[in-house]
Design a protein around this ligand. Structure first.
Ligand code: DC
Length: 230
C-alpha cells in the first residue's frame, strides 16, 4: 500500500526513557510524511521555563499557568519556546529531574494533554510520550510500547550526544541511577503514570537495531491502514 496517499492516522508511541522512542518516532514520521510530536520535550520545556522564571516547581497551579501561556514550536528535531531555541538546554540532568517533577502535577498534564490533542486532531501524527495511548489518544489507530532492559536504556542515554548526560563525567553508573529514579517517578505518580495500554504492541528493543524496530512499527501501521481502507 502506498503510505503517502493513505488516511492520516494517529500513531502513539509510549515507553520509558532510553527505550528508543525518539529515534523510532522520527524515522516512522519521516517515512509516512507525518508530524512528529515529542511530548517529553513539552514537559521539559515547561520545566526549563519554570526554572528560568524562578517559579516554584512544586507549585502545580503556577507551573500550569506557565504551560498554558507558553508558545511552543517543534520543527525538524528542534524545540523553540517563546522564541528561544531550547533544543539542547532541555536535555540536561537538571531538566531531567525538573521535568519529572512538573510531569507529576495533574493541572500541568491537563494543559499539555489538551495541546497534544490539538496537534493530533486531524491525524497524520506520530506522538511519543508516556500516556499517549492511554490518556491523550486512547483511540489511537496504532499503539506501540517500546521497552528495553534498564542497563541497555542507561547505556543508550549515556552515549546520547543530544543529551548532556552523554557528555558529562560520572559514566553509565550515575546515568543508570538517575534514570532509575526518574522511571520510578514516572511509573508510580498518581496522575497518568506510565503504563502499558492493553491494546498496545509491546516491543522489547534491548537486542534490536533501529531498522528492525521501525520495521515492526511499520508493519503495525500497514495493518491499521489496511483496516481503515476496508
Ligand atoms: O521522554 P522524556 O525523557 O523527554 O520526558 C521528560 C519527562 O516528562 C519524563 O519525566 C517523563 C515525562 N513525560 C510524561 O510524564 N508524559 C509524557 N507524555 C511525556 C513525558
Amino acid at each position: 500500500m502506498d503510505v503517502h496517499s493513505s488516511p492520516a492516522l494517529v500513531i502513539a508511541i509510549d515507553g520509558p526513557s532510553g527505550a528508543g522512542k525518539g529515534t523510532v518516532s522520527r524515522v516512522v514520521a519521516e517515512r509516512l510524511a507525518y508530524r512528529h510530536v515529542d511530548t517529553g520535550a513539552m514537559y521539559r520545556a515547561v520545566a526549563w521555563l519554570a526554572l528560568q522564571r524562578g517559579t516554584d516547581l512544586a507549585d502545580a497551579g503556577a507551573v500550569a499557568s506557565l504551560a498554558g501561556a507558553a508558545t511552543f514550536a517543534f520543527d525538524a528535531g528542534s524545540v523553540t519556546l517563546e522564541g528561544h531555541d531550547v533544543t539542547a538546554a532541555i536535555r540536561t540532568p537538571e531538566i531531567d529531574r525538573a521535568a519529572a517533577v512538573v510531569a507529576q502535577h495533574a493541572p500541568v498534564r491537563e494543559v499539555l494533554v489538551e495541546r497534544q490533542r490539538g496537534y493530533g486532531r486531524h491525524g497524520g501524527v506520530v506522538m511519543e510520550g508516556r500516556d499517549i495511548g492511554t490518556v491523550v489518544f486512547p483511540g489511537a489507530d496504532v499503539k506501540i510500547y517500546l521497552d528495553a532492559s534498564a542497563s541497555e536504556r542507561a547505556r543508550r542515554r549515556a552515549t546520547d550526544t543530544g543529551h548532556a548526560a552523554g557528555r558529562a563525567s560520572g559514566g553509565v553508573t550515575q546515568v543508570a541511577r538517575a534514570l532509575e529514579e526518574r522511571d520510578r517517578a514516572d511509573r508510580t505518580r498518581a496522575a497518568s503514570p506510565l503504563t502499558l495500554a492493553s491494546d498496545a504492541l509491546y516491543i522489547d528493543t534491548t537486542d534490536l537495531a533501529v531498522p528492525a524496530v521501525v520495521a515492526r512499527v511499520m508493519a503495525a501501521v500497514e495493518a491499521a491502514l489496511t483496516r481503515s481502507a476496508r
